[in-house]
Design a protein around this ligand. Structure first.
Ligand code: ATP
Ligand code: MG
Ligand code: MG
Length: 492
């Protein structure tokens, strides 16, 4: 993708912006449309994120839509990543639309995959998921109230908030003597000696902490025999190196990669590593905090923001019928029916399940008997409640014949049945009370007919979120259908 019309080929210290005020530092992430880089804004002296869009026209147009979408949001809000600046940049691969965002941390997919103390259900602690659900419902409410649909909600597009001051201090360490031979350009999220192989160091049980107090938040890893510092990380950073059970071989092996889900088909290029920064509180600390909070009923304070409005659209002006990343795609979109803001709620339901179990809720594939759309519907129909109205709704699809005719497997699913969600969560090992409360919430989000899907405002009333929403002013009543404009169809 680093070719004409594709991603921009960058170089270190490259200058961007109308006044060359943004200095490129390192890669933070990438997506189908763009690469995202850490930059230093020389004017404000702040670290920010630069999203460089592929140069082909269709990508530039969607970037202009993205910029327009931000005009409908408050320039500084707590729910959606803030856009700071935008401009064009010429490079060997063409002219790229560039967006400058406030700097955020790791995305929720990386966070989930690296979380050191997974629950027995293989996901994040339930109290943390509860907090994330509460925040995402509020963020969606913010977006939907402004008559916008995200259309691409997924773990990669939800980012941790960071503390700018803490981050600035940390980057200063990089200029220090001790860091002279260490660099951060690796996938491990911490500083590693430039010339030592990874296997040459061990994460010491008692990492040598520098006696210099200003380095108090840094853990140093020393070479076993030479006693030389070969790696370092900020003590409070969220990184794979903090798990207790690590041995040398953990660093050498790539075994874990098989478990890492490849959400994107595009290959990562050699131009810079995909090294998201790791500077939020240690997940172990989160975990302790969460466990502590659990006992006294408090809320964990890790915050998240929704990012990537690259595919967002107004409720009265849809840009595309083919929206959402496959695993988070709603039934109406698969069926080619009309959709509205409620399509985001479907994706959120898929996200919550994934955070609990570490698995996609629906991960369809092609087979001899079924194409991906058919397999997707089969998996949905197997899990979700279907009543008589739902059966009629399915038949309104223009694609109904194409999808269901001559397909006995799929046709056999066109029956009235109850949701299996509670059962599935019980089988995953959740307590009966958690299974019940969570399945109630998920069932309200995962309705076949988008008209029946509950909106974020009403979902905030869910019993499972009770300890979070007590301070929120009068909300909707659990069970109401949404009155929102453009909830289930484009409203011209
Ligand atoms: P998609 O393929 O989902 O459409 P995209 O090309 O539109 O992706 P984004 O999702 O905006 O790009 O960004 C890609 C990745 O870059 C994110 O998943 C995240 O890891 C990182 N990233 C984006 N914005 C920021 C930010 N403000 N701060 C830190 N990292 C960011
Ligand atoms: Mg994205
Ligand atoms: Mg995008």
């Amino acid at each position: 993708d680093y070719k004409y019309g594709g991603y921009h080929s960058t170089h270190k210290n490259e200058k961007f912006g109308k006044f060359n005020q943004y200095i490129l530092i390192k890669k933070l992430g990438w997506g189908q449309y763009s690469t995202v880089w850490l930059v230093l804004n020389k004017f404000s002296n702040e670290y920010q994120a630069l999203k460089i869009i592929k140069s082909e026209k269709i990508y530039s147009f969607s970037a202009l839509d993205e910029i327009n979408t931000f005009k409908k949001l408050d320039s500084q809000n707590d729910h959606i990543v803030n856009l700071i600046d935008s401009f064009w940049h010429n490079g060997p691969n063409g002219k790229h639309c560039c967006l400058i965002f406030e700097l955020l941390g790791e995305n929720l997919l990386n966070f989930l995959q690296k979380y050191p103390k997974k629950t027995e259900f293989n996901g994040l602690p339930l109290l943390l998921i509860k907090s994330i659900t509460f925040q995402l419902l509020n963020s969606l409410n913010y977006l939907h109230k402004r008559e916008l649909i995200h259309t691409d909600l997924k773990l990669e597009n939800i980012l941790l908030k960071i503390d700018q001051n803490q981050f600035n201090n940390d980057l200063d360490y990089e200029n220090d003597e001790i860091f002279k031979n260490l660099n951060h350009d690796n996938d491990f999220g911490f500083y590693i000696h430039k010339s030592k192989p990874l296997s040459s160091f061990k994460s010491d049980k008692n990492p040598t902490r520098s006696s210099i107090s200003s380095f108090g938040s840094i853990n140093y890893y020393t070479h076993e025999s030479e006693g030389q510092i070969v790696a370092a990380e900020r003590q409070q950073s969220f990184s794979v190196s903090t798990s207790e059970t690590e041995t040398d071989s953990d660093y050498d092996s790539d075994d874990d990669d098989d478990d890492l889900k490849d959400h994107d088909d595009s290959d990562e290029d050699d131009l810079g590593n995909n090294s998201s920064i790791h500077y939020n509180n240690d997940t172990k600390e989160y975990n302790n905090e969460i466990e502590m909070n659990q006992s006294n009923g408090l809320i964990p304070n890790i915050s998240f923001k929704i990012a990537d409005l690259g595919n967002a659209c107004p409720v009265n002006q849809h840009y595309s019928n083919e929206i959402q990343t496959r695993q988070y795609r709603s039934p109406e979109v698969i069926l080619g029916n009309s959709y509205g803001a409620s399509t985001d709620i479907w994706s959120l339901g898929c996200i919550i399940y994934e955070l609990i179990t570490g698995d996609y809720l629906f991960n369809p594939s092609n087979s001899l008997q079924l194409n991906k759309d058919q397999d997707h519907l089969l998996k949905i129909l197997d899990l979700i409640e279907i009543n008589k109205d739902d059966l009629n709704y399915l038949k309104t699809s223009q694609k109904f014949n194409q999808l269901f005719d001559n397909n006995s497997i799929l046709n056999s699913k066109l029956i009235v049945k109850e949701s299996q969600m509670n059962q599935i969560l019980l089988e995953r090992g959740l307590s009966s009370i958690d299974s019940l409360q969570i399945s109630n919430l998920l069932n309200a989000m995962l309705k076949i007919n988008p008209k029946d899907r509950m909106d974020s405002f009403n979902l905030l009333d869910a019993e499972w979120l009770a300890n979070f929403n007590q301070n929120v002013e009068a909300k909707g009543v659990w069970g109401n259908k949404s009155q929102m404009k453009g909830w289930f169809e484009e409203c011209k």
